[in-house]
Design a protein around this ligand. Structure first.
Ligand code: ADE
Length: 250
């Protein structure tokens, strides 16, 4: 049976996934706790991604080499860049770019040297299935979130977007930087700190990859506001519900 790797960006998300797995066993590798078990009848290995491109790439490599996962799904939060990527929306990546990769003038801006590309595509079938699960979950936020969170974060009609996510080793928290990213990468829907690196590792191993991110902030001067509460009360609940919905129907 196929083994599914789940990389969660946040502790709260991983805790929710582990609470849903009936039988997980901890295996410690490279200073990380990998949780091996089952969820909705699937073989699953769940792990905290850690933060930043290198840490996440190491976590992904162990999942692929040691645990032989056949598919890898990343869940977490992201800052919205495109005007329509609003707080509480979910972005399912169709492709990812490292926005801080710049080996120019030796290689074009954003291109990863020796890969001949800047953009790393996600697996279309996996991404479609996760987008369908996300649409199902977001069609009724009240089933997954508390009434106070829905009111405070204005989550009445959240939407699912599919498109480009950009990754870099920066928490983008100024309007100036967010606007600069939008100008130089106009297709980017959202920004985070790991996805493009994990996509690159998955390409190296020929393993299907997908990334699902809940927009937690607008990557602007207010990006830090209520971040932790949003992760706890919204993003981690969406991740759990989307993964659960996806695995139940897989
Ligand atoms: N993850 C969530 N919000 C983010 C932001 N503004 N920048 C980078 N990563 C993020």
């Amino acid at each position: 049976m196929a083994v599914i790797g789940i990389m969660s960006a946040m502790h709260e998300e991983l805790a929710a996934v582990l609470a849903a797995m009936p039988d997980e066993q901890r295996v410690r590798v490279a200073g990380r706790d990998f949780w091996v078990g089952h969820w909705h009848g699937h073989d699953v290995v769940a792990v905290l991604s850690r933060i930043g491109k290198v840490a996440a790439a190491t976590t992904a490599t162990v999942l692929l080499e040691r645990f032989k996962v056949d598919a890898l799904v990343f869940t977490g939060a992201a800052g919205g860049l495109a005007p329509h990527a609003q707080v509480g929306d979910v972005v399912v990546a169709t492709g990812l770019v490292q926005h801080d990769m710049d080996a120019s003038p030796l290689f074009p801006r954003y291109e990863v040297p020796l890969y001949g590309r800047a953009r790393f595509d996600t697996d279309p079938a996996l991404s479609e299935a996760l987008a369908a699960a996300a649409s199902q979950v977001l069609s009724d936020p009240a089933q997954h979130l508390g009434a106070q969170a829905i009111a405070d974060f204005h989550l009445l009609s959240p939407r699912v977007h599919q498109g480009l996510i950009v990754s870099g080793d920066r928490f983008v928290s100024t309007t100036a930087e967010s606007q600069a990213l939008q100008r130089s990468l106009p297709d980017a829907l959202a920004v985070e700190m790991e996805g493009a690196a994990v996509a690159q590792v998955c390409l190296d191993y020929g393993v299907p990859f997908a990334a699902v991110r809940t927009i937690s902030d607008r990557a602007d001067d207010d990006a830090h506001t209520d971040f932790n509460r949003f992760i706890r009360e919204v993003a981690s609940r969406y991740s759990l519900a989307i993964l659960s919905q996806w695995l139940m129907h897989r």
